[in-house]
Design a protein around this ligand. Structure first.
Ligand SMILES: Nc1ncnc2c1ncn2[C@@H]1O[C@H](COP(=O)(O)OP(=O)(O)OP(=O)(O)O)[C@@H](O)[C@H]1O
Length: 365
């Protein structure tokens, strides 16, 4: 099931003109405040009727202004998780969840136990929302949306109201949702680390227009997009597998650019991880550095170079994947960087997240 969106809408002083496809997985709508993310999600939900547009989910048209098709929100089979959880305060967690199931009202209702397990809700079922933390409320809201048997899940900055610690606790649940259900997720965020960790597809909006849409790993490693994403946050994701648990407490991971070591990640050997390396945490060297405290040195080849007024962005091919490095223009010149040049990337810090089931941890190299 995938979602296809094409919209045009004129607000007073703001024009929205966006078209993209969201394949299965998690599609992050990313952009600065006021770029149009919520308007897009509202149009998909049926809460905004655009001047012109076509939206279809799994080939079923939800909206087609040319054909005068406009399904009302309750017939679009969407689960919508808002910024605030919007639970019924007088109902217990179980009753709040059941409300979602009741709303689905058909025999293919998803399994209650499976969803409460997925979201870790079992021990909370008897509580009322007032006795839940912000993160727990968010999980209940997600569970309620899932139990309505949605064909598509819409999440508009679901963690905006949470502090960073709570947010990090919730990310594994979203990863599990992405990896274990077949339901496409359209996810609004303006936090790049969150997007880099969760998104399989990225849609970047800028002032109501589509800047780029495509596989998240490709876009995150694209030097042309980095200025729009924000140079401080820009960074690529690479895949890695746990190869060994070393006696000194480090976990050895294998990447296409060689091994890297992170503080212990308590997951089985072979577990696939997605690691995010911020462009500003990469140092480049033409020869393999020796006598360096940094453990993590990847080998690659310079693929592309972009000079900006805030330094040089270097795209480095690491096997079939790409890494992004941000260095000063002077360094780029001194190193005589050019496409095709073999290069060593010294990685100062790595964030790791599993791509499949299990416990996840953040680690710094
Ligand atoms: N109902 C409306 N009437 C007039 N203008 C609107 C309306 N809804 C949205 N806009 C305008 O459209 C633009 C995009 O708003 P939108 O909420 O979609 O952006 P966003 O990317 O979700 O922003 P944020 O990250 O701050 O939530 C803004 O300039 C906003 O003022």
């Amino acid at each position: 099931m995938s979602l296809s969106v094409a919209l045009k809408h004129q607000f007073p002083g703001f024009a929205l003109d966006v078209a993209f496809d969201a394949p299965p997985g998690l599609t992050a709508l990313f952009g600065r405040s006021g770029s149009g993310k919520t308007s897009v999600i509202n149009a998909v939900a049926g809460l905004l009727h655009p001047d012109q547009g076509r939206i279809s989910a799994g080939g079923t048209p939800l909206l087609d202004t040319a054909q005068r098709i406009n399904l009302p929100p309750h017939r679009r089979r969407l689960g919508y998780v808002f910024q605030d959880a919007r639970l019924f305060p007088h109902l217990t967690v179980r009753q709040n969840l059941r409300y979602g199931r009741w709303f689905a009202g058909n025999p293919t209702t998803p399994n209650f136990d499976q969803i409460t397990n997925l979201l870790g809700l079992h021990s909370l079922l008897h509580r009322r929302p007032a006795a839940l933390s912000g993160g727990e409320k968010s999980r209940v809201a997600i569970g309620r949306a899932l139990l309505s048997n949605p064909a598509l899940l819409l999440m508009d900055e679901p963690f905006a109201a949470l502090d960073d610690t709570r947010k990090v606790e919730l990310l594994p649940y979203i990863e599990a949702l992405r990896d274990q259900t077949q339901i496409p997720i359209l996810y609004v965020s303006h936090a790049l680390p969150e997007v880099a960790r969760l998104a399989t597809t990225l849609v970047v909006l800028d002032q109501g227009k589509l800047l780029r849409a495509g596989p998240a790993a490709d876009l995150l490693a694209d030097p042309d997009l980095a200025p729009a994403i924000g140079l401080r946050d820009a960074g690529a994701v690479l895949t890695a597998r746990i190869a060994a648990q070393d006696a000194d407490g480090l976990t050895e991971l294998h990447t296409a650019g060689g091994p890297i070591w992170l503080p212990q990640i308590a997951s089985p050997l072979g577990t696939a991880l997605r690691i995010r390396i911020a462009a500003q945490d990469v140092i480049l060297s033409r020869s393999r550095p020796e006598g360096l405290s940094a453990l993590n040195i990847l080998t690659g080849t310079v693929r592309d170079i972009r000079l900006t007024d805030q330094g040089a962005l270097i795209q480095i091919a690491i096997g079939p994947e790409n890494l992004l490095a941000r260095v000063t223009t002077r360094s780029a010149e001194t190193l005589e960087l050019a496409p095709g040049l073999p290069i060593f990337a010294i990685v100062k810090s790595v964030a790791a997240a599993q791509t499949d089931i299990g416990t996840r941890q953040e680690g710094a190299a």
